[in-house]
Every structure is written in C-alpha cells, then in structure tokens.
Design a protein around this ligand. Sequence first.
Ligand code: 4AD
Ligand code: MG
Length: 430
Amino acid sequence: MKTTIAKVGNYVEQEVTIGAWLANKRSSGKIAFLQLRDGTGFIQGVVVKAEVGEEAFQAAKNLTQESSLYVTGTVRADDRAPSGYELTVTKVEVIHEATDYPITPKEHGTEFLMDHRHLWLRSKRQHAVMKVRNEIIRATYEFFNQNDFAKVDPPILTGSAPEGTTELFATKYFDEDAYLSQSGQLYMEAAAMALGRVFSFGPTFRAEKSKTRRHLIEFWMIEPEMAFVEFDESLEIQEQYVSYLAKSVLENCQLELKTLGRDTEKLEKVQAPFPRISYDDAITFLHEKGFDDIKWGDDFGAPHETAIAEHYDKPVFITHYPTSLKPFYMQPDANREDVVLCADLIAPEGYGEIIGGSERIHSYELLEQRINEHNLSLDTYQWYLDLRKYGSVPHSGFGLGLERTVAWLSGVEHVRESIPFPRLLNRLYP
Ligand code: 4AD
Ligand code: MG
C-alpha cells in the first residue's frame, strides 16, 4: 500500500511503501537506522541485516543524505518514536542518489544557511516552522469565515501610499508612477462598504532600511476591515483572533512545537481578553522603568515595546497614540484631539508589534483636512473620500503581520525563518 508518513498510523502491522528522502542515518554492524522524511512528517526506518540480507543491508548503510527513495516496510507502533511509529524496512529502492549535500548534520552559520535556503527548508526545524505558518494561515481563514468576513483581494500595484511615502517600492506603470502595495487597507475600506466585514491576506512591501529580527522587506499581512465597528469592538475581535491562532497552533502543531522546543505554557496563556495600556500610561511606565530619554510624542522603539510587553504574560494593546505619530486616516479621540483611536498589539517575549490598527475617520470634512495637512493629493484620494460621501459609517480595521506572528508562536528568534524565501535588506537570493 502506497501511503505517506502522516498516514502510517492507519496501517499498523501492515506493509506500506513511502516516497521519502534520507534526512540522516546511523548504523552498526547489524542494524541501520534511516531517518526518513516525506514532507508530511518524519519517521525512522529500521533495517536489520539478518532480515534483509547482506547486500540490501550494505546498500542501506551506503545511502547518502537527501537521496530520494521508495521505502517499503512494516509499520510498527512505538511509544518512544516522536511520531508514535517506526518502519521495519524490507526494501529500499533508490530513485535518485544525492552526492555531497551541502547542509550536513553539523552546525552551519546563518549566512551559509540563508544562501542555501532552497535546501535548508528541508531541515526538521524549518519544516516545523513552515507547518506552524501553514496552521496560522488555515486558522485565519477558518476564524474569519466563522465570523462572517468575506475575503477580498486588494491590488498589489497601486497609485497611493497609505502608510507614508518614505518606504515605498516605486515602479513604472507604463507612463505612470506606481508602487508595490505597503498595505491594502484603503481598498479594504471600500470593500467593507460593499461587503460589511472583509479581510485580505496578501504580500506587502516596505523599502525599509531596517535590519532587525522583526523586519522583512516583503511580508504577508492579514487586513480585516469592518463597517459599523468602532474602536473597542475592533480590539475585541483582534484579541479573539489572536487567541484563536494560539489555540489552533497548540492543538494542531504539537509535534512541531516539540521539535522547536517551544515553551507551550507561555502560549496557553494567550487567551482573550488582553490587557490595554494607553500611550500616556506607557510613557509613565517607561519613566518608572528608567527610560528617562523618552518623552510624550516620541515613537516607541523595540526596547520600549519589549519593556512594556515583559510586564504582561499575554499580548498587550498600547492604545491612543499621539495623532502626530500615526497615518492620516485615523479617527481622533472625541475627548482629546491630540490622540487617535488606534492600538498596536505587542506580542510577549520580545517579538514586538504584531498588529497595528485603528478606527478610521468617517467624516468627509475631517478626512479632507487631514489629506491636506499631510500634503497628499486630493486627486489621488478622491475615490477614498467618496466612501465618506455616500453613506459613511464608523468603521475600523487592523493589520496582522504574518511572519512576526509565526516567529512568536513557533518561538524562532528572527522573522527570516518564518517565511519560505525571506526578502531582507541585503538578500534577494535565492
Ligand atoms: O502597523 P502597520 O504598518 O499597519 C498598516 O499597514 C495598517 N494599514 C494596517 C491596517 O490597519 N489595515 O503594519 C501592520 C503589521 C505590523 O503590526 C507588523 O506586524 C507587520 O504588519 N509589519 C511587518 N512585518 C515584517 N516586516 C516589516 N517590515 C513589517 N512592517 C509591518
Ligand atoms: Mg505599526
């Protein structure tokens, strides 16, 4: 019976054939252990000389790392095996023999591994991170579908820049100037007026000269936008969504989290509601913690965010930032013109901001005034102003960065390991 490693549990004490690669091996004079992987999982194949004969045993001992194989054997339940099963091998057929696979079981430097990202993805750890990523994607669709959101795809080639003009990838759109999307938000606002509750999920681009463990040049963002939803309700949806992601990963990625050595107790605590702290109180808190140089009106850097996050064992919302720090479209607080109805969600353990969101301005006059204050072109944004002209409603939305969330939930240090082929400041290869 041909099957996959993920499904061997259905064939205990039966003979199966699996297409697999040899990840690693070790052997003695009488027995060889083949670490096999097929993408769906990892399993140990045991080759016993007395059972397969001298010739087949020698062939198994000589198999090279990453050779592709058809392996036939009997499935055994084994409590000591991480997956719960082992394969007693009866036959190995080599499909393609790999020679001198560059990533050996020894330690390699990060730059070397990054240069070999196309192969590094096969390693057990990287495989685990990609599976966690896949689970977050799956759970995202599930959560928003269960909550009556429709998926809408905003354009990637755009003529405008919602998050400020300094971090744009410019390109030519025939004779016009165009940019790669840094956020689909403005289009999602139009979509929310058509479909009520919507979310997008796509690549976004930031020409940021940042070289930190949190920054990618190309990253994937989930951007929900909700008509008739004001600031507080938006925070509730955000904390439910993030709790759902943590719960899904805990439930469906147990093996992967084990491979990654993730402290799952920390993830068990990620349950709504999340604490909220205003920007004002965060400044006071930072002063108490000895960050003397920060003053009201300054943006927070990674050390500030980490100091605040360390105070809690759940993600924390920092709310009501100064208007001057945030983009033009955010709704001012009705009681205080100098702050906006926005929140950044800061993940625990130093992973930084995973969500940025706000209520949006729904008054035509105020939005027009803000566009002017930010020296943006009224022509470019006329379509966006139109949304405030024909049945304007209070509405809110947010953007969750996929790679930061994957890094946090899987516990990898750097976002470069949470996307298959990272685009970094100095890296466009492979
Ligand atoms: O805070 P940002 O810039 O918000 C927006 O783009 C809004 N228009 C979203 C919205 O309201 N629809 O980005 C949102 C999130 C951040 O919290 C972070 O998780 C992620 O996107 N992000 C990055 N992730 C990796 N590398 C980068 N350079 C990132 N920049 C932002
Ligand atoms: Mg932000």
